[in-house]
Design a protein around this ligand. Sequence first.
Ligand SMILES: [Zn+2]
Length: 269
Amino acid sequence: MESALVDGKRIRASALGQPPQGSPERTIRCLCCGAPTYHGGKNSSARGAYFAHAPVKAGEPDPADRCPLHSKNERRFAWLKEARRDAVTGERFRTSYLQDANLRRSFAFCLRALNSKPPMSAEVFAGLLMVADGLDLWSLPGQTVATLSALLLTLEDVRSTTGDQREIWYRYELQKPRGLKDVCLSPDQCLISKHFVNRDGSTGPLLARGQNNVIHLTQDDFDRLAGKSDWVSSGTLIAIRRRADHQIQPGAASAPAVSRPKPTPHELL
Ligand SMILES: [Zn+2]
């Protein structure tokens, strides 16, 4: 991952220097799950600096096991490996994204696109922003509120309930031309598609039409789905920003009370 919480503050791996001699050890935690994290690659010019969940002893439960930023879940983020970064622009964009008008529209867009039952909460949305922080999606060249909002939808699987109270899981996957590195600079060539998650965790078929099963990364598609967003309350925005500002830190207390059950296979729908 590109960023982590270092002594309670969000820091990019490339910006974290050596602590002064004799200073107390830093506490580095994953932005998403709060698990202990280490700073690696400091002396590698090929890979560059990064953060990763600290390994746990064999046989012991891994607190990061279900974290979207866990290395085993990185396949869906593989397209980011060769993407260029601009940290200064990224920080500016993040600040502007968290302003009322942008945050409202992005929240409304994600809620309508997911169309889950119950609807996406402020807490779930803030969790997506923490994954975006960990991956540092802000600093990709050309990133806009429209492209970022669509990419947010690809960060975690979604749980929903059918009309007869069965649980289903689905996910958005990014589809882009082979070899395209700067996704946000070519939004009209990219789309996200909404698929069922199979019982084994693999990606299943597309959801039915009318379920926002294909969304382009364009401004038009963003505007269409965000629609009017003035119904998003100030309280919702405040709750999202409290997490984004790390006033609420990840950890055991914020872990979901229920562990994720096996996904329902799409055949049962
Ligand atoms: Zn984590």
